[in-house]
Ligand binder design. Sequence first.
Ligand code: FMN
Length: 321
Amino acid sequence: MKVNFPHVFRPITLRSMTVRNRVVMMPMGSDFAGHDGELSDEHIRYYELRARGGTGLIIVENICVKYPEGSNGTTQLRIDKDSYIPRLFNLTEACHRQGACIGIQLNHAGASAMSSRIGMQPVSASTLPSKPGGETPRPLSREELEAIAKDYGIGAKRAVNAGFDLIEIHAGHSYLISQFLSPTMNDRTDEFGGSAKNRSRFCRMVIDQVRAAIGPHVPISLRLSVDELVAGGNTIEDCLEYLEYLQDEVDLFDTSAGLNPTIQYQIDANYLEDGWRAYMAKAVRDRFHKPTIAIGNIRDPQVAEDILARGMRTLSDWAGG
Ligand SMILES: Cc1cc2nc3c(=O)[nH]c(=O)nc-3n(C[C@H](O)[C@H](O)[C@H](O)COP(=O)(O)O)c2cc1C
């Protein structure tokens, strides 16, 4: 296998993390967490088996940095208290024993939380819902945003104490940071709305808090909806523009796509071709020259090898067969 796919099995080092190959398990809500936000034994076993299978880097599903308002579901992991550290440590140990690196995705759901579950009006950039027909959220003040950015930092520090090798910040998929980045959910007129620089300001605050909390050795990954694929939403060009303000201190771009109304492109419908959205990863990598994860129905290892070997296929490459 290693002989056939030399690019896939080439190690990569980001700050103090060396990953044995280019195979990344994307963050995926597993529904294995308890209602108290703890990892279950089943959960640990599930990730350990992926590590044993040879995955280079596992990025654990989105974990809640601020509870209850940032919560994304009744079976979502939490990292808003120190008491979660011991079981998270058991998880990182289990995966490290199998030779894998392990990161975790920090998240605040913002307007994608449900008031019936969190017991209050969901919060966001503005009053625009995060999906058609969704609840009307309450816009956050600057003071509240500073406090939430600190919560990301505190969560990141807990994750590093629990042994995680990488911190991923979820800035896509219609969650709180994405609610600031996307003009479809942000109609603010203050320093957090309007221009690309303003819409990226909250994300910049989060990245800075995370870096300050974890120090210089642990890599940061930024998960993006590169092309939101919705009318009036960010296109690839818009994403490249706001990334100018965000790329500092980011070591890895995790190039997802889509928002709530375009979920078929976010959790790739089966009919989409293998590697169909690698061109988004290419656009980000070509602009910023940093390691970038390509995503999207990469079911055939030869497709992964080709994407890496050719520096990512473009849409026209695909059209040409
Ligand atoms: C059940 C499920 C849960 C998911 N949970 C998350 C998540 O917690 N965070 C996230 O950024 N993406 C999430 N995703 C999107 C995946 O990370 C991934 O980008 C997408 O499924 C495409 O994966 P693929 O490259 O294997 O086709 C989820 C997808 C599925 C199917």
